[in-house]
Design a protein around this ligand. Structure first.
Ligand code: NAD
Ligand code: G6P
Ligand code: MN
Length: 431
């Protein structure tokens, strides 16, 4: 049977994961779930644990639920460790979103300078978690959801001995939306994904023997939606899509339509608040519902968050590993030559064959010129930022930020960094 440790168990997303676990219990015999949080998250953790107990009881299953702030006990002997924590909470995210706006730079929680700040806070913590896994559950697989998922996964992959895969719900959302657009079942469409987390492209869509990529691009240029709740829906210009030549992910708007997205963010920050500020309200509403002793299922209101299908991807993955399925899924994993324009040890988001031994990236080949330089500069930013986070190297941090396409220039990079360090002093032991 399976022991699962979930770090950041107090997340409002956890009931979705529980719903998925319960649904798949016949193929995934989970016997113990440890929900781990920190003292500050105690209140949320206890509410989530209560709801989890009620969901399990309703399903008539025998699964032990343990809510704890003792991370080491939770990790000891675990088969899978899932990480979904947020260092500094939503208040830190709101700062990440607002700091860059002062410099007329995009303030997004996972890309640009906001994502950089989140990476700096998160990487020291994930490395501590990995030291515990190395010692107490050396065979466990770490499934990382914590954003920026590509960078956090690369830190684990380069600096620890822990087996890791990074996950995002963007690929499965694209897959489901594209299948719906084409009027086929998801399993009838094959999508070739390759790129980076929150910067992944679909290079080809096939249904049977037929290449449907052009048709999907036409539909996208004609207003068909391929979006997530957390991203402003700036429509795609068909000429831009032609110039890219492949299907962009929703987050690509921050790269390809940076000015429009910045204007949109500046406006939102003035009126309804940044995304974090909106999510704070949703979260309050959710926890009120979760605390009700009558509730014994995932409530509909959770759909307001951007994380749709996140439990689906994590459980498909656990299932493929536990049952040695050899199925193709999109994960963040070591490149190992799959994308020829990137180093072997870079973590990329790509189709991979998943079996009991882990993920094996499917060979992609060479990125075309119109995609290659963006890909390489964003990966250079990510890898250098990971190094800066691990070493606490201020100079590398400036150099990294300056490579990010959402940072206007190196002088602004330095101002941003100083601001980020000052406003995150409590969470950046390395600087
Ligand atoms: P949240 O603010 O609810 O955080 C989850 C929990 O983490 C909180 O209860 C908090 O107390 C806890 N926490 C903070 N520091 C911790 C630590 N050091 N150890 C253990 N727990 C700690 O956040 P959320 O909105 O539920 O998101 C959680 C994380 O998952 C974020 O990093 C978010 O970016 C990520 N996420 C990723 C995807 C994806 O596609 N990869 C989808 C959804 C969410
Ligand atoms: C998408 C992304 C996640 C991100 C989430 C934000 O699902 O893939 O990586 O964490 O959106 O959603 P939120 O509701 O927190 O804004
Ligand atoms: Mn994601």
């Amino acid at each position: 049977t399976i022991k699962l440790a979930i770090i950041g168990g107090g997340s409002s997303y956890t009931p979705e994961l529980m719903e998925g676990l319960i649904r798949r219990h016949h193929e995934l015999p989970v016997s113990e779930i440890c929900l781990v949080d920190i003292e500050d998250g105690r209140h949320k953790l206890d509410i989530i644990a209560g709801l989890t107990e009620r969901m399990i009881a309703k399903a008539g299953l025998d699964i032990k639920v343990n809510a704890t702030v003792d991370r080491r006990e939770a990790i000891r002997g675990a088969d899978f460790v899932l990480t979904q924590f947020r260092v500094g909470g939503l208040a830190a995210r709101a700062r990440d979103e607002r700091i860059p706006l002062k410099y007329r730079a995009l303030g997004q929680e996972t890309t640009g300078a906001g994502g950089f700040a989140k990476a700096m806070r998160t990487i020291p913590v994930i490395l501590e978690i990995c030291r515990d896994i190395e010692e107490l559950a050396p065979n466990a697989l770490l499934i990382n959801f914590t954003n920026p998922a590509g960078m956090v996964t690369e830190a684990v992959s380069k600096y620890t001995n822990v087996k890791v895969m990074g996950l995002c719900n963007v690929p499965i959302n694209m897959h489901y939306s594209i299948a719906r657009m084409l009027g086929v079942k998801p399993e009838e469409a094959y999508l070739e994904f390759a790129g980076l987390n929150h910067m992944v492209w679909v290079h080809r869509v096939t249904v049977g023997q037929e290449d449907k990529t052009g048709q999907v691009l036409d539909m996208l240029g004609n207003g068909a939606s391929l979006n997530m709740n957390n991203i402003a829906e700036e429509p795609w210009d068909p000429e831009l899509l032609k110039a890219i030549g492949v299907i962009p992910c929703p987050y690509h708007r921050y790269f390809y339509m940076q000015q429009a997205m910045l204007e949109e963010e500046l406006e939102a920050a003035e009126s309804g608040g940044t995304r974090a500020e909106q999510v704070m309200k949703t979260e309050e509403e959710l926890f009120k519902l979760y605390a009700s002793p009558e509730l014994n299922e995932k409530p509909k209101q959770l759909e307001k968050r951007g994380g749709a299908y996140y439990s689906e991807v994590s459980l498909q993955l656990i299932d493929a590993i536990w049952n040695d399925r050899k199925s193709v899924q999109v994960v963040n994993t070591r490149n190992n030559g799959a994308i020829r324009n990137l180093p072997d040890d870079a973590v990329v988001e790509i189709n991979a064959v998943i079996d009991a031994n882990g993920a094996h990236a499917v060979s992609f080949g060479t990125m075309p010129p119109q995609l290659a330089s963006l890909l390489q500069s964003v990966k250079a930013y990510e890898s250098l930022a990971v190094e800066a986070a691990v070493e606490g190297d201020y100079t590398k941090a400036i150099a990294a930020l300056a490579l990010n396409p959402m940072v206007p220039d190196m002088a602004v990079a330095k101002q941003l960094l100083d601001d980020i360090i000052e406003q995150n002093a409590a969470y950046l032991p390395q600087f």
